[in-house]
Design a protein around this ligand. Structure first.
Ligand SMILES: *[C@@H]1O[C@H](CO)[C@@H](O)[C@H](O)[C@H]1NC(C)=O
Ligand SMILES: *[C@@H]1O[C@H](CO)[C@@H](O)[C@H](O)[C@H]1NC(C)=O
Ligand SMILES: *[C@@H]1O[C@H](CO)[C@@H](O)[C@H](O)[C@H]1NC(C)=O
Ligand SMILES: *[C@@H]1O[C@H](CO)[C@@H](O)[C@H](O)[C@H]1NC(C)=O
Ligand SMILES: *[C@@H]1O[C@H](CO)[C@@H](O)[C@H](O)[C@H]1NC(C)=O
Length: 435
């Protein structure tokens, strides 16, 4: 009886080994990794996943990539890190903060691309790095949107006052729900700025330190150190305008696609990943500069995953290759009150031909409703949303002018004021209420 049990046990273990394709030659490497990242090396399955198997898959991916890197076939290098035992799906879930629907109450003004260009040409620079200029605080934080928002504010404050003061990310996590953020679940830098305006300012990290969790709001206005009068959007889908804004104004909070495995294990170099999508808004980071290395132009981004990831917490990302990995999404709204008619323009200054333009309507206290959307390449596939009333909306025919995406609205029957705004999305994306 005992013997039979043992045999069955051995057989079972053998079967498991075979089934899970574990390479014993990686045992030592696996144990080193487990020790370094404080994981049990005898990990069984967790969440239905064999951790060793996942780790090996990642290990091999990194090895293969780095071999191509050494042969000059890749522009960047990868390294095993603390994300090593996560599947791609788990990583995506962890890394991205799903962004809440936009809550635009007033007209968020957009910077003018031509004014930015003019100011930037006067500077005549081909690179800038705000880290060298003492504008950037070091640090780590899980709430990427709060991190990129405070990063942008810290740099603006340094510019105004000459002082670099770390600002409270925890306050944004705890307190900016009323403007639409969702604490640890997700948020947008723009909604964080709106909170700071409404709160009359934001406290320093010192008086409201980071806790890596969401807690009740404990803001104390008398401790505010920096206030914000106004904020602006950089014209969407326009890499020149983004460069000019970084050069003339300072670090800019942007949303990028970080959902690929290569991003997960990035170590150094100029990142370029064909799997990266301009349509995915997964993760907020801070653009802290740009420059070039040989003929390779790059953006420098500050990430919030700690100094062990990338180039001491930073990444250089391919620049001027169609806003690689950086979201195209327009994010602009116009408030229209009862009895008004208005012509709204979606501020596109780009040659985008793929994708959809969607127009949304939001009434105070409600989520945004899709009014209509159509393909950028023409109006042949207009989709109408629940908020569509044929007598109130019409779409202007597209001309060769890339800014001619217009919506005509008459709001005589509205009971309240509404905000209309447009967004650009993947034409494959059907999501309603999801600008
Ligand atoms: C801009 O800088 C380049 C060199 O960096 C210089 O050759 C050029 O003359 C400058 N242009 C102006 C308008 O100052
Ligand atoms: C707010 O901060 C001030 C200054 O430190 C302090 O005197 C006051 O008691 C604080 N208020 C609350 C409610 O904690
Ligand atoms: C649009 O494309 C044309 C030709 O490819 C190019 O000359 C022009 O600069 C592009 N415009 C923008 C805003 O990218
Ligand atoms: C748009 O551009 C095309 C090609 O450049 C031209 O043939 C056409 O007449 C233009 N249409 C309008 C309305 O200007
Ligand atoms: C949309 O779907 C088509 C067909 O599935 C695919 O070829 C195309 O690349 C997709 N577009 C984007 C922007 O993902």
């Amino acid at each position: 009886m005992i013997i039979r049990l043992t045999c069955a046990g051995v057989l079972w273990a053998l079967l498991l080994q075979l089934a899970s394709c574990i390479d014993p030659s990686l045992d030592a490497e696996w144990r080193r990794w487990c020790l370094k990242f404080n994981k049990p090396s005898k990990q069984g399955r967790s969440a239905g996943v064999n951790r060793r198997e996942v780790w090996e898959g990642n290990y091999q991916l990194i090895q293969a990539h780095n071999q191509r890197y050494t042969q000059g076939q890749e522009t960047y290098d990868m390294a095993m890190n603390g994300f090593g035992d996560l599947t791609e799906e788990e990583f995506v879930e962890r890394a991205q903060s799903p962004l809440p629907a936009r809550h635009l109450r007033s007209t968020p003004l957009m910077l003018s691309a031509s004014e930015l260009r003019e100011a930037a040409s006067r500077l005549n620079i081909s690179s800038i790095d705000y880290r060298d200029m003492g504008y950037i605080t070091p640090g780590l934080c899980g709430s990427c949107w709060a991190y990129s928002a405070t990063g942008a504010l810290e740099a603006q404050w340094k510019r105004r006052s000459g002082r670099l003061v770390p600002l409270s990310k925890q306050q944004l996590v705890d307190c900016s729900q009323p403007t639409g953020n969702k604490g640890c679940i997700g948020g947008r830098p723009s909604l964080a700025y709106t909170y700071v305006i409404q709160n009359g300012g934001i406290q320093a990290e010192e008086t409201y330190p980071y806790e890596m969790r969401e807690a009740g709001c404990r803001a104390n206005r008398s401790l505010n150190v920096v206030s914000v009068k106004d904020w602006k959007y950089v014209p969407p889908a326009n890499e020149q305008a983004l460069e000019d804004a970084v050069a003339t104004i300072g670090p800019v909070a942007v949303v990028i696609d970080t959902t690929t495995r290569n991003f997960q294990f990035y170590r150094r170099g100029v990142f370029y990943d064909p799997k990266c999508s301009i349509w995915k808004q997964a993760h907020a980071v801070l653009l802290v500069g740009f420059g070039s290395e040989g003929s390779q132009e790059y953006w420098t981004i500050k990430n919030s995953w700690g100094v062990n990831w990338g180039e001491k917490g930073y990444m250089r990302l391919t620049k001027n290759q169609g806003l690689h990995c950086v979201s195209w999404a327009a994010d602009t709204g116009v408030a229209v009150t009862r009895g008004q008619s208005a012509t709204l323009q979606c501020p596109l200054e780009t040659n985008l031909t793929e994708g959809m333009i969607s127009w949304y309507k939001q009434i105070s206290g409600e989520g945004p409703n899709l009014v209509l959307s159509y393909a950028l390449s023409g109006y042949s596939e207009i989709r109408y949303g629940v908020g569509f009333h044929p007598d109130r909306f019409s779409v202007q025919p597209k001309t060769n002018d890339s800014q001619a995406h217009q919506l005509l609205i008459s709001t005589t029957e509205e009971t309240d004021s509404a905000t209309y705004y447009c967004g650009i999305s993947d034409r494959n994306e059907t999501g309603q209420n999801r600008p």
